[in-house]
Design a protein around this ligand. Sequence first.
Ligand code: X8Z
Ligand code: ZN
Length: 639
Amino acid sequence: MKKLALVVAVAALAAAGCDKGNDESEAQQGPVSASTENVAYAADNTVAGTVARAENVADSLDAEDAKAFLQSAQERLEKMAEEVSHASWLASTYINVDSQYTEALAVERYTSLAVELAQEAAKFDDVELDPETRRMLTMLKQGLVFPAPNDPKLTAELAQIGSKMQGMYGAGKYCPEASNGEEGKCYTLTEMGQLMANSRDPKLLKDLWVGWRKVAPPMKPLYDRQVEIGNAGARELGYDNLSVMWRSKYDMEPDAFAADMDAQWNKVKPLYEALHCHVRAKLNERYGDEVVPPNGKIPAHLLGNMWAQEWGNIYDIVKDDDMEAPYDLTQLVVDSGMSEQDMVKVGEKFFTSLGFKPLPETFWERSQFVQPRDRDVVCHASAWNLDGKDDLRIKMCINKTGEDLITVHHELGHNFYQRIYNQQPFLYKEGANDGFHEAVGDTIALSITPKYLKEIGLMDEIPGEDKDIGYLMQQALDKIAFLPFGLLVDKWRWQVFNGEVKPGDYNKAWWKLREDYQGIQAPVARSEANFDPGAKYHIPGNTPYARYFLARIQQFQFHRALCEAAGETGPLHRCSIFKNEAAGKKLRDMLAMGASKPWPDAMEALTGQRELDASAIVDYFQPLMVYLQEQNEGRDCGW
Ligand code: X8Z
Ligand code: ZN
């Protein structure tokens, strides 16, 4: 998840992002100097002009200077972003001291440049400019995820902390003590993820839940320091703190953005509460009062996922005896005998059916699909564009499961977005906002319906409508269950960044949000000796998380609009846009805009609406809501 818009990865530069392009540069920013080099962008680039400008820079700047500055700044950033991307790729796919050193150095240099340019951009604050030039300058100032202050030592320290934490997470393992007191087998996070998904043994699940979280306490002092330096950097750029800076990237006031997130949450909350109530009742039936009390919060280790963020893996527990989902995607993947690479080919085929160009040969040569056996890597899935053009790659540790087939589509969504906006200027090689970037592949995956699976030969018959509730339940366990988690991760970070939550209360504040929003609780007592946020990739990886909440809302808006463009008139959950030209064109046209326009313009181009609108997700799940309300009758819901 590195920033700058290159990939969704470059921007994710220093940090780890899921879309590593130039817009995700999570690199930090560095110092500015008033050297003559800084005026080299002046439109009048003669010696006399340069000297004159150097003497009186602030007063004499005009719109032409701004344009020349932007051109030069983008060229410099793009070049350095490419260097960072290569170093970061290495550090993520071959974790060791040397790759971390190299990455930190590249990030340090990038951050320095980006901070320098951001501060230069501020010199145009009072110059009269056309809206487009103003927009680019603003984006330049907001380019970094974690800016450093104007101090080379702090810039270097920040870069090193980022690489180190990322490496700690990526190399993290849980090595339980064997019964004889010696260390037994060690589990990677990928292995633990599979066990969390499939085991129904509460003791083992609890052990893994606690065990994985041992990776995080050593990160806590690093995290404290990272926040301290990043806040200082944000202040130098004119923001009160990182919380304000992070919330300033959505073409609206930062407080209005937070308020809109809350407003969307309130619209979907009844659906979440109904799902929570039903799932708790089913878990209680399965495990008994001792393990899952009939009221109150659900123990976090029993929901099929290490972070209890998506619950689709416990569909077998939640479904009624007579409720079969129309298909079990994992079973279809396994039965088909496809390889990990074949899974990626399936995803590519969906995009090409919509008129996207096939992925370049280098994608297949350079991507990481399978976890290497001989070294530590960051397995958390991400999509990269290393050169801002066609050097696209995904990095995954694919398991042959339905969950990972969906994640493949998610990652390819990033790649096809990066590819289609690669003609834009550097600063616009990003999503319309970061939620858009996260929503593309998920939107496509909403079209993985029985009709589509039959068409590509993975299923024989399209099941009848009597199976629809099972399908919607399966979908809701992932899509609806995720919403409060998607909201709370950055609520926690915003509080940390703005000083409301101090390091001595990190874990307490985390669990307050987990309990209040998700209605779950830790299966064992937690304290400040733990640092549970650090056990979730995006905290050490420095990837903002509000984007995933946005994406969950947006993808249903996109799906609804594309199905309409495709002329589909049936229920949304049965619609697939596979091979549909009209839908493909609509999607491609919107994606090709990159970040060249404020996001409401992009939203309008695709959906006709200018706002986030949770009614699409609510409508999609309406039949399930009716079912849940019936099921929950007489139950004491809430927590
Ligand atoms: O991090 C991701 C993607 C890469 S951008 C795999 N996701 C979030 C997560 O895993 O926590 C996708 C869903 C939410
Ligand atoms: Zn993503």
